[in-house]
Design a protein around this ligand. Structure first.
Ligand SMILES: *[C@@H]1O[C@H](CO)[C@@H](O)[C@H](O)[C@H]1NC(C)=O
Ligand SMILES: *[C@@H]1O[C@H](CO)[C@@H](O)[C@H](O)[C@H]1NC(C)=O
Ligand SMILES: *[C@@H]1O[C@H](CO)[C@@H](O)[C@H](O)[C@H]1NC(C)=O
Ligand SMILES: *[C@@H]1O[C@H](CO)[C@@H](O)[C@H](O)[C@H]1NC(C)=O
Ligand SMILES: *[C@@H]1O[C@H](CO)[C@@H](O)[C@H](O)[C@H]1NC(C)=O
Length: 326
C-alpha cells in the first residue's frame, strides 16, 4: 500500500509539473493574464464557480476549460459577459492529516453554496455554471446534491442539498465534474469508462436524490482506471485521473455552452470521436495492467520527450508531492 501511494505521488508529481504553466494549478499565484481577467465577482451573463483539486493553486485544472467556455460565449455576442470565481476552500489532501480532507471538503461545500447564494442575490439574472475536479468535483456534487459521510479515513460533515427551484439553485444552467472522489456509479449524468464504478466513496440515496433535479444539466466525467473516481476499474493508471482536460475540454465546453443556452444535450451526444466515446476508452501507449512502481518508472522513461526534465521535476515535485492525491 505504501508502495502504491508513493507510486501515485511520484506519478502525480511528474504529471503535475508538466502541466503547471498551462493550467495555473501550481500553488503559486496564477500568471495567466486571460484567466486573471476572467476572475471576478462582477455581475455577468454567465458566471462560473470553480472548485479546484487537492493542494492545487487557484483556479487549478479547470482554467483551460473556463477560458474555452467564456471565449465561446463572448465571441458570439458582444453584449454577453462571462467569468468565474473560485470556490474558496483549503483543498487539503490527505497528506495534511487524517481529518484534513473531510474538513476541507465540508468547508468547500458550505463556501460554494454561500458564494452562489450571495452572487445570485446580487445578480438576479445571472446564469451560473459550476465546475470541479477531484476533491473539487466532489465538492461541486456536495454543493448541488448535499454532502457528507465517510471517505478515506475520515467522516465528512453533512451539508444539505441546494434547492433546484429557488435561487441560487434555479440559476444554475450547467455543471461538470471530473474525477470526483465521492461519486456513485451508473447515474444518468455519468460519463466515460469509469462511469459504472464507485468513487473512493459513493453518495447516499439522499445525496443522489439531491442531485436528481440537476441531472439534465450535469456531467460526471470518470475515466476507467482512475483510482480516485473509478475504484476497482482496471488497469489502474494515475494518469487517468489527470488527463481529463487534455482529452475532454472541447466536448465539455460544447456541453456547457449548449446546455447553458437552454439546449437539451443527451449524455454522450457531445462526445467527439476518437477515444472519447462513453463506452470505449482511449487506448494508451502503455497497456501494462496494474503497474508496479518500477513499471511506472519505465513507462515514464519510455514516455519520451519530457523524461530528462521529469527527473528534476520529480524532486521538485516532492514538495507538492502528495498534492494531487485526491
Ligand atoms: C482571483 O480573485 C480572488 C479574489 O479577488 C483572489 O483571491 C485570487 O487570488 C485571484 N486569482 C486567481 C488565480 O484565482
Ligand atoms: C490546509 O492547507 C492549507 C494550505 O492550503 C494549510 O495552511 C492548512 O494548515 C491545511 N489545513 C489542515 C487542516 O491541514
Ligand atoms: C455501464 O452500464 C451500462 C448499463 O447500466 C452499460 O450499457 C454500459 O455499457 C456500461 N459501461 C461501461 C463502460 O461498462
Ligand atoms: C461555441 O460552441 C458551440 C458549441 O460547441 C459551437 O457550435 C460554436 O461554433 C462555438 N462558437 C465559437 C465562436 O467558438
Ligand atoms: C484514433 O486514433 C488512433 C491513434 O491515435 C488512429 O490510428 C485512428 O485512426 C483514430 N480513429 C479515428 C476514428 O479517428
Amino acid at each position: 500500500m505504501k508502495g502504491a501511494i508513493s507510486l501515485i505521488v511520484l506519478a502525480l508529481s511528474f504529471l503535475h509539473t508538466t502541466t503547471i504553466l498551462a493550467q495555473c494549478e501550481a500553488p503559486v499565484p496564477c500568471k495567466d493574464a486571460e484567466l486573471n481577467r476572467l476572475n471576478t465577482t462582477d455581475c455577468q451573463t454567465y458566471h462560473a464557480f470553480i472548485a479546484r483539486g487537492s493542494d492545487s493553486g487557484y483556479p487549478g485544472h479547470l482554467g483551460g476549460l473556463i477560458k474555452l467556455i467564456c471565449h465561446n460565449f463572448t465571441s458570439e455576442d458582444s453584449e454577453t459577459t462571462c467569468g468565474y470565481e473560485n470556490i474558496v476552500y483549503p483543498a487539503n489532501s490527505t497528506a495534511w492529516g487524517k481529518d484534513a480532507w473531510c474538513k476541507s471538503a465540508t468547508i468547500g461545500a458550505e463556501a460554494g453554496q454561500a458564494q452562489m447564494k450571495a452572487y445570485a442575490e446580487r445578480c438576479l439574472d445571472a446564469k451560473l455554471i459550476v465546475l470541479g475536479f477531484s476533491q473539487g468535483g466532489s465538492v461541486v456534487l456536495d454543493v448541488l446534491g448535499g454532502g457528507g459521510g465517510e471517505v478515506f479515513e475520515c467522516v465528512q460533515g453533512d451539508t444539505p442539498a441546494m434547492d433546484r427551484s429557488t435561487a441560487p439553485g434555479s440559476n444554475v444552467v450547467a455543471a461538470t465534474v471530473f474525477g470526483a472522489v465521492r461519486r456513485s456509479p451508473s447515474q444518468p449524468y455519468s460519463l466515460k469508462g469509469g462511469r459504472n464504478y464507485s468513487g473512493t466513496a459513493s453518495r447516499s440515496a439522499a445525496q443522489l436524490a439531491g442531485l436528481a433535479p440537476y441531472a439534465d444539466i450535469l456531467r460526471d466525467y470518470c475515466n476507467q482506471g482512475d483510482p480516485i473516481c473509478a475504484v476497482g476499474s482496471e488497469p489502474v493508471d494515475v494518469a487517468r485521473h489527470l488527463d481529463y482536460f487534455e482529452l475532454y475540454n472541447e466536448e465539455a465546453k460544447d456541453f456547457v455552452v449548449r446546455t447553458a443556452r437552454g439546449e437539451r444535450v443527451g449524455v454522450g451526444e457531445e462526445e467527439e470521436g476518437n477515444g472519447t466515446a462513453s463506452g470505449t476508452e482511449v487506448t494508451r501507449a502503455s497497456g501494462t495492467p496494474t503497474p508496479s512502481a518500477t513499471q511506472w518508472n519505465s513507462q515514464e522513461a519510455q514516455g519520451g520527450a519530457s523524461v530528462g526534465r521529469s527527473v528534476n521535476m520529480i524532486v521538485i515535485g516532492g514538495a507538492f508531492g502528495a498534492m494531487m492525491l485526491l
